[in-house]
Design a binder for this molecule. Sequence first.
Ligand SMILES: Cc1ncc(COP(=O)(O)O)c(C=O)c1O
Length: 436
Amino acid sequence: MSEYMSTKEIAEHREKYLMPAYMSYYQEPLHLVRGEMQYLYDDKGKRYLDAFAAVVTISVGHCHPDVVPGVQQQYATLQHATTLYHGEALVKLAKKLSEIAPGKLQKSFFTNSGTEATEFAAVIAKNHTKRHEFLSLRHSFHGRTLMSMTLGGQSLWRHSVPYAFGVTHIPAAYCYRCPLGLAYPSCDIRCAHEVEEAVKYSTSGKIAGLIAEPIQGFGGVITPPKEYFKIVAELVRKHGGLFIVDEVQTGFGRTGGKWFGIEQWGVEPDIMTMAKGMGNGIPIGGVITTSEIAEAHRGLIHFSTFGGNPVSTTQARLVIETVEKRGYLEHIEKMGDHLKKRLVELSEKHRMIGEVRGMGLMLGVELVRDRKTKEPAKDETLRMMELCKERGVLIGKGAMAGNVIRIKPPYCLTKDDADAIVTAIDEGLTILEKKK
Ligand SMILES: Cc1ncc(COP(=O)(O)O)c(C=O)c1O
């Protein structure tokens, strides 16, 4: 007899006791019972290489030995006390963050999730600018509360109508399927200049800010041209708005070589949101901004019961220290380059690969039925997930059409692991292409 509940029993419990909003991957859902660095183990003891890092959330590695003991100690000493009392864990994390954050970002506020970070970033921008209209990008995802859902640019996630007031979406820099029908670089990054058009024609002319992911995650690893964000940030500021960057997926080294995704584009944000990899699996999110912008909140009370909790802030600080100690920023870059190169090589062999894109350990492979028509291979992507799972590799998927494989493994990935991911995708595509 297994010590665990059966898959059937769990499915029955989910149906009976959980809101139907929960979805699960795979025809036969995975019952995971243990995680160790880049690996996950199911109830039968089968090992999986986690190439999706629990939706880009396990940064350094599952139950990383550099993180767990310090958190256990904090947990056993002081679990919770609220930020109304003074404690070291909170300020130590805030100091560390100000050291690694780009530009003049210095003052933090901690939340429990990325969604709350989005909400608060919008509140800060409103309070600072005394304006209330925002621009956001199509294909984006920023959370699941009313404001963050409104800021999101995918109908899939926007089901709470009516939305919050005052959000206009501009086209994303999705070069593979340019929304403006142009081609890089002769396009002159027309999509970035849409900021100007949107301010002029779709707002009162007075924007509080624009929010964007440096590389769009759920959108399907949409990676803009290097010039894109410089133009966007400049135009937003020209119109008196703040440039808000959502680093929930791209933050804390994910894109390789640098701490935050926006640094890859050489742009300093006014406000930055973070979560997911920040905590390597513990619920934590946050916002960091400049001292000047933070002043908008002097005298305004903003409180979160669990935000800034000693256990989660200790874990987040240990995650940053682990990235430093293990040299993960360089390692991510090296592993990412290797993985991307091998995936690009695969695209020469497999006609279903439309594009390989992304940076560091945030990579996407867009699958198409036909390279000419670029018809999204949605069902095939689902099948590909099953085929990789059979081969002991867990991948994710994204994009509006659900046809982009998302490869975002923990930072402790080795070269052999990277090759195992490529082999699984190679074998999967060979099967899928034979069927056609
Ligand atoms: C870019 C981005 N922003 C915000 C969020 C919301 O974060 P959370 O799920 O922690 O609320 C997500 C979640 O996937 C995300 O990918």
